[in-house]
Design a protein around this ligand. Structure first.
Ligand code: LMR
Length: 338
């Protein structure tokens, strides 16, 4: 059957000489960019990705179509990075804690407990030379770093109260694939269990693990609070994302398309961070209102005990992450926590 598009092309041929040849090939199929991630469809990462999609499609006048695949529906944590390297997807926004297994250990500096006292300190790192240098290291793995997007600061949860590090003793704790987070869990006395994000809820609910750490937003959107009776507002570490693409794919884009997409990413970053901040606040309020989890705010003495137990991880992991890098972060944030 002849399509409407074909009819228009044939009509154009009828006006031979009137249409430029290019018009015959008008409306080429848009370039499809598959953007895969592991967070829930209602999460701030999804909303940020939707914002990026709208801007990207507008700025490229429809020459690019962004297809979003949230919730690990295409790939889990490790697989999505491999898929990006192989070119099966074109964009991801993984937690930077997941770059260690690729061999880029320096990103695990972000996992050092209490390294960022607040968002201001964090942004001095992500928006400055250190953040740029770290993204540059992705190139050796066939990737390109486009931006940092926040999630937030992590809290601890389990089915028993966690008032001080000793309360974690012997608990199996789900973590992301980061050696620094692993060391941090050992430092608390816990038994770290690396596990994909998509498997965390099931593992908590069936008792395969006893507890975990995550941001309030992730704890809420993955329904982990339904299977964790206690949480402590330790805010002991940061969880954030790097928006990344395949280096060969990205640098091979027509320059105007690439510029438009980079503009869309850059303009999405503050929006993504605002969504994340809001969602972490809202998630905490919703979880408290649900009454399923008791949220404990550490006393000054308890906070001091957490800090004392976890700060030695900085020195312990200096060989892996890089002493120089850690010192550069201390210098930028103005804080040497030990
Ligand atoms: C996790 O695995 O806990 C997080 O990195 C998931 C995410 O993308 O926020």
């Amino acid at each position: 059957m002849r399509s409407a598009g074909m009819a228009i092309v044939l009509a154009g041929i009828g006006l031979a000489g009137v249409w430029p040849l290019a018009a015959l090939a008008a409306d080429p199929a848009p370039l499809v960019i598959k953007f895969s991630h592991v967070a829930a469809p209602q999460s701030h990462k999804s909303r940020a990705a939707e914002h990026f999609k709208a801007l990207a499609e507008r700025y490229t006048n429809g020459r690019v179509r962004i297809e979003l695949y949230p919730n690990s529906q295409l790939y889990k944590d490790k697989e999505e990075l491999e898929a990006l390297q192989l070119g099966a997807v074109q964009m991801l926004a993984p937690s930077v804690s997941k770059f260690g297994p690729l061999g880029i250990k320096a990103f695990e500096a972000f996992d050092l407990p209490y390294i960022f006292p607040d968002y201001e300190a964090l942004e001095k790192v992500t928006h400055g030379d250190i953040g740029r240098d770290l993204l540059g290291r992705l190139e050796a793995k066939g990737l390109i770093g486009l931006a940092y997007w926040n999630n937030g600061f992590k809290i601890l949860s389990a089915n028993t109260p966690l008032r001080e590090p000793d309360d974690v003793l012997g608990l199996k704790m789900r973590i992301q694939a980061s050696k620094v987070i692993e060391a941090q869990m050992w430092a608390m006395g816990g038994v770290p269990q690396v596990m994909a994000f998509s498997e965390a809820y099931q593992a908590l609910s069936s008792g395969v693990v006893d507890g975990t750490e995550n941001t309030p937003a992730n704890m809420y959107t993955q329904k982990m609070y339904e299977v964790q009776t206690h949480a402590t507002m330790t805010n002991h570490g940061y969880l954030g994302y790097a928006v990344i693409s395949n280096h060969a794919f990205w640098t091979g884009l027509p320059p105007d398309i690439r510029a438009a997409l980079e503009r869309a990413v850059a303009e999405t970053t503050p929006v993504a961070n605002a969504y994340a901040g809001q969602e972490n606040d809202d998630a905490l309020a919703e979880m408290k209102a649900s009454g399923r989890t008791t949220f404990h705010e550490p006393t000054e003495a308890e906070r001091a005990a957490w800090i004392a137990a976890l700060l030695p991880v900085h020195d312990e992991m200096a060989g892996r992450v890089g002493r120089d890098l850690i010192d550069r972060i201390y210098a930028v944030t103005g804080r040497k926590p030990h």
